[in-house]
Design a protein around this ligand. Structure first.
Ligand code: SF4
Length: 411
């Protein structure tokens, strides 16, 4: 008889290897911060000290996470997914279950998991980027994920984790990436690269070359979270050797608004690089939008533009919700503004041809969430305005209220 499988399980603690940009091992990239995997002494395990994958997967807090999931207990580290599900939102866990519940290797691994939570290691998915080199200075980002922001933060005396920054600029990222991928065996099916900007990631390019040379590439899906403001012909030339290349383009607004939020980006460069994606056979393209106070009132413009793209199929729009810095979190909006944004999204949903209904509905549910800690009062509104003014002055940007008039009334 088949072992009963609990409904809190996520496949990632079985199949996925994920590291933050500083090398800190984590359960996945979707947790509330930090979500790291620790050793017996509660010390975060670094990718640079992993001896063998067997040891990592079986002698760490990963074992405890798997044991809990098998017993039907929600591990705290995964609260973000469970919290979203409780709100009725489709979580990352839900999405991975949809994929892996049909995966024979994972099914077997799950059923063969020992009472102690130990498994036979079969890493099918990796998320390793290990560099914060990026060409942009997005408003919601920090030097943790963008080298370009270091100068801005230093100049404005804005605090950031300098230790993390140093580690994310580690020059040995190339060696460890290659070593790890060499040791994965033949199970790898998905390789996610984020950033920083993945098209600037030299270690990734070398790893891709190695996977092509070894012949493993034909079984692997490459996934990128890219700002698409730059292009790597060396990388793109190798994509057809892979099973699939899934490109998540980070775009937070239409035209000038995107340039404002993703400072340093040029809308025309994105359009030019979109052209280069046309006609490629094994590509799947999504738009990933970081939803925040600055773009929630203009989601309809973005949606209109995406719907007007003809020669490239946009498979989906995916929303990430900005929670850091807190002043950009849409849950901090007063109710009257939430209702205004809600009405805009309802308009999109009225369009029966809209292919992105489930994600729009999730956005509405998230917007509805009351966050008493963040809910904007007068003092917070002043803080938001001051921060925006400083950002605009420093980057010599026009007033955001010209593009998003709702903000004018909010402050
Ligand atoms: S349940 Fe969510 S947070 Fe936990 S590993 Fe899965 S995707 Fe990541």
């Amino acid at each position: 008889m088949e072992k009963e499988v609990s409904d809190v399980i996520c496949p990632l603690p079985w199949v996925h290897l994920s590291s933050d940009l500083d090398g800190a091992m984590r359960i996945c990239c979707n947790t509330y911060y930090p979500g790291t995997i620790v050793d017996k002494n509660d010390r975060t395990i670094s990718i640079y000290e992993i001896e063998t994958l067997e040891e990592y997967f079986n002698k760490s807090s990963l074992v405890e996470i798997r044991k809990k999931m098998l017993r039907g207990v929600r591990p705290k580290i995964c609260s973000k997914c469970y919290d979203q599900e409780d709100l009725g939102i489709i979580s990352v866990r839900n999405k991975f279950n949809e994929i892996y519940n049909k995966n024979e290797k994972y099914r077997k691994q799950l059923l063969d998991t020992s009472e102690d939570g130990e498994i036979e290691v079969k890493v099918q998915s990796i998320d390793i980027s290990l560099t914060n080199v990026c060409n942009l200075m997005c408003i919601m980002c920090s030097p943790r994920a963008s080298t370009s922001l270091k100068k801005y933060f230093d100049m404005n005396k804005i605090e950031y984790d300098k230790n993390f920054y140093q580690k994310a600029s580690n020059k040995s990222a190339n060696d460890i990436t290659i070593k790890l991928i060499e040791n994965l065996g033949h199970d790898l099916g998905e390789y996610l690269t984020t950033g920083g900007e993945p098209f600037l990631n030299k270690a990734h390019l070398n790893a891709v070359k190695m996977l092509v040379k070894s012949g493993e590439s034909k079984k692997i899906k490459l996934t990128y979270n890219t700002n698409l403001t730059i292009w790597s012909e060396d990388l793109a030339a190798l994509w057809e050797e892979f099973k699939l290349v899934e490109i998540h383009i980070s775009i937070d607004g239409y035209g000038k608004l995107n340039e404002y939020i993703r400072y340093g980006s040029k809308w025309n460069s994105i359009l030019r690089n979109l052209e280069k994606l046309k006609g490629r056979k094994n590509l799947s393209i999504q738009i990933h939008c970081a939803v925040q106070i600055l773009n929630i009132f203009n989601i309809d413009d973005l949606h209109r533009w995406i719907s007007s793209i003809n020669e490239i199929e946009i498979k989906n729009i995916y929303f990430n919700y900005v929670t850091e810095p807190g002043w950009l979190d849409i849950r901090a909006l007063p109710w009257s503004y939430k209702k205004l944004a809600w009405a805009r999204i309802l308009k999109i949903l009225e369009n029966k041809d809209c292919r992105f209904h489930p994600n729009m509905r999730d956005l509405m549910l998230y917007l509805k969430e009351k966050n008493t800690l963040l809910e904007a009062d007068e003092t917070k509104r002043v803080v938001i305005k001051k921060k925006l003014l400083r950002y605009q002055e420093h980057n010599q940007l026009e007033d955001i209220c010209e593009m998003v008039p709702e903000l004018k009334y909010l402050f």
